[in-house]
Design a binder for this molecule. Structure first.
Ligand SMILES: Cc1cc2nc3c(=O)[nH]c(=O)nc-3n(C[C@H](O)[C@H](O)[C@H](O)COP(=O)(O)O)c2cc1C
Length: 166
């Protein structure tokens, strides 16, 4: 079995639900990237949208992750104004991704997830990583258990367990 790490940011636990479901199904470890900037309240939401559109960096915890020994990475972000969350933009630039296989996922209320995947992919490829698969999950109006069900469906449809072998 490959050693798999799932790296994610999640403000309201939708992306976390996907990450934890993947972790259970694929026997993977997880690392949550925390954004140390206040992202709660109306004004903060506007700030978050501006930060996402401009791809502003943010203060995160952990600042980096030692990826030595991991054969496969999953990386997940919510969609913010059609972009990856600032915490994900920030962590990608702090990781040594040369030669790493990466599977990307994005959650979205309604739309924009594929754009998030594309942008994450561009940045990861620029750092020497290889994107081997990706998927989006729609979360608008869904309970956590429905998001979990949707994730289980994607794991089956995309045959994601195949990447754990070897
Ligand atoms: C600042 C902000 C911007 C967002 N922009 C979008 C968007 O452009 N398109 C969309 O479908 N959902 C958008 N959403 C909804 C989130 O992408 C969606 O709820 C996601 O599943 C949240 O993941 P999380 O619970 O892991 O934080 C936005 C949410 C926030 C807080």
């Amino acid at each position: 079995m490959k050693k798999i790490l799932i790296i994610y940011y999640s403000k309201t636990k939708n992306t976390e639900t996907v990450a934890k479901t993947l972790a259970d199904e694929l026997s993977a470890e997880t690392v949550e990237i925390k954004d140390l900037k206040n992202r709660y309240g109306f004004l903060s939401n506007i700030g978050s949208i501006i930060d996402a559109i401009r791809e502003n960096k943010t203060r995160i915890e952990p600042e980096t992750i030692d990826l030595t020994g991991y054969d496969l990475l999953y990386m997940g972000s919510p969609t913010w104004a059609g972009k990856p969350a600032p915490a994900i933009i920030t962590i990608i630039d702090n990781l040594k991704l040369k030669g790493k296989d990466v599977i990307l996922f994005a959650t979205m209320g309604r739309q924009g997830g594929s754009n998030v995947i594309d942008r994450m992919a561009e940045k990861i490829k620029a750092r020497g990583g290889r994107i081997i698969n990706s998927f989006t999950i729609k979360t608008g109006g869904k309970q956590f258990n429905e998001i979990k069900e949707d994730t289980l469906k994607v794991i089956a449809e995309k045959d994601l367990k195949i990447y754990s072998i070897g």
